[in-house]
Design a protein around this ligand. Structure first.
Ligand code: TA6
Length: 298
C-alpha cells in the first residue's frame, strides 16, 4: 500500500495495490473519499463542502462526538454545538500500520490512526465540556471494505458520558431507486413526523425527507441496495447499537448553504452507525471502543 500526506498537511491518502483508496482530512479526521478497487467513489461529498476546518465537512464521514444532534438541556453537553466538537477539531495523524491480523499479506490492508486529545481542543470546546479524554480514530482500508473504529479513553479523574456516531454520506445512483434493509419492522424515532413509528415497512424507501433513529437493533448489519434491489454497501456495526437513516430531500437541501448541488440529495443516503440512544458512561481511566465496517459489493 502507499500512504501520501498532502503538501499542505491537510489530508492523508492510502491506496492498495488492488486500487481501493481512502482519503482522510485532518480537520475532523473526516473521511472525504473511499474508492472501490475499480475507482468508483462510494461516498458523497458536497461540492460546497468547507475543508479548511472553519465548518464541519458536508459529506464523507463526519465523526459525531460527544453528543448526537442538538445537545439536551441541563446536561454536560448542553453548550456544545450540534453533533459535538470532534468533527470540527484539528486531529493529529498518528501513523500507519498494516498488521498481519488484518490480512494475509500487508498488501491487503492499511490502517491509518488519528488522535484528538482534550488538550488540543479549542478553549471554547474545552470550557463547554471540561473532561480529560483521548480519542483514537482508526481508519482501515482493506479489500473487504472500510473499517472506522473510535477508541475513547477517560484520562481524567471524573466519569463522563458520551454519544458517538459515524455520520456517513454514501453515494447512490438514484435515491428514488435506493432501499435500506436490515431494519425490518423495528420501531424508530421519526424526526420528520416528530413521533415514534411503530410498524414500519420492511425496507426503507425514499420519496421525501427521511430522518429516522433506529435504536437497539438486534442485528448488526444495515444494507443499502442500489437500483433494482442490487446489494451495494453493508454497514456492520461493532459495539454500536443504533442506526440513523437520513436524506434531507429538496427543502432541507435548500436550507443548507454548503449542500451543493441542490439536487445532490438524489445521489446520497446517510446510514449512520452510532450509540446515540441514551449515554455511554466512562469511568475515570476506562476505555471504550466501537465503530463500523462498511463493505462494498462492487
Ligand atoms: O443525522 C441526521 C441529522 O441529525 C439530521 O437531523 C440533520 O440535522 C443532519 O444530521 C445534519 O446535521 P448537520 O449538523 O451536519 O447539518
Amino acid at each position: 500500500p502507499t500512504v501520501t500526506i498532502a503538501d499542505d498537511n491537510s489530508t492523508v491518502t492510502a491506496k492498495l495495490p488492488s486500487g481501493e483508496e481512502v482519503t482522510v482530512l485532518l480537520h475532523g479526521a473526516t473521511v472525504l473519499s473511499w474508492k472501490a478497487a475499480g475507482g468508483q467513489e462510494l461516498l458523497w461529498l458536497s461540492e460546497g463542502a468547507v475543508l479548511d476546518g472553519s465548518k464541519p465537512v458536508r459529506g464523507g464521514i463526519p465523526l459525531v462526538f460527544p453528543v448526537f444532534g442538538p445537545p439536551p438541556k441541563n446536561h454536560a453537553t448542553s453548550s456544545l454545538p450540534q453533533h459535538g466538537f470532534a468533527r470540527s477539531s484539528r486531529w493529529e495523524y498518528l501513523g500507519k500500520s498494516s498488521t498481519e491480523a488484518q490480512s494475509t499479506t500487508s498488501d491487503n490492508s492499511i490502517k491509518l490512526d488519528f488522535g484528538l486529545y482534550s488538550t488540543a481542543l479549542s478553549a471554547e470546546a474545552r470550557k463547554a465540556w471540561p473532561y480529560d479524554f483521548g480519542l483514537v480514530y482508526s481508519v482501515t482500508l482493506s479489500k473487504e471494505g472500510l473499517q472506522t473504529m473510535v477508541t475513547v479513553q477517560n484520562e481524567g479523574k471524573e466519569a463522563f458520558e458520551f454519544q458517538v456516531l459515524l455520520h456517513t454520506y454514501f453515494r447512490v445512483k438514484d435515491i428514488s431507486k435506493t432501499t435500506v434493509t436490515g431494519l425490518a419492522g423495528l420501531p424508530f424515532i421519526d424526526k420528520v413526523a416528530n413521533a415514534t413509528q411503530g410498524n414500519p415497512a420492511p425496507t426503507v424507501t425514499f420519496s421525501g425527507e427521511v430522518d429516522r433513529v433506529y435504536t437497539n437493533i438486534p442485528q448488526s448489519t444495515t444494507s443499502i441496495l442500489d437500483a433494482d434491489g442490487k446489494p451495494y454497501i453493508d454497514v456492520v456495526r461493532d459495539n454500536l447499537s443504533d442506526t440513523v437513516v437520513w436524506n434531507p430531500w429538496t427543502e432541507k437541501a435548500k436550507g443548507m448553504g454548503d449542500f451543493q448541488p441542490k439536487d445532490g440529495f438524489k445521489h446520497m443516503v446517510c446510514v449512520e452507525a452510532g450509540a446515540v440512544e441514551g449515554w455511554t458512561k466512562l469511568e475515570a481511566g476506562e476505555t471504550w471502543e466501537g465503530g463500523m465496517l462498511a463493505k462494498s459489493h462492487l
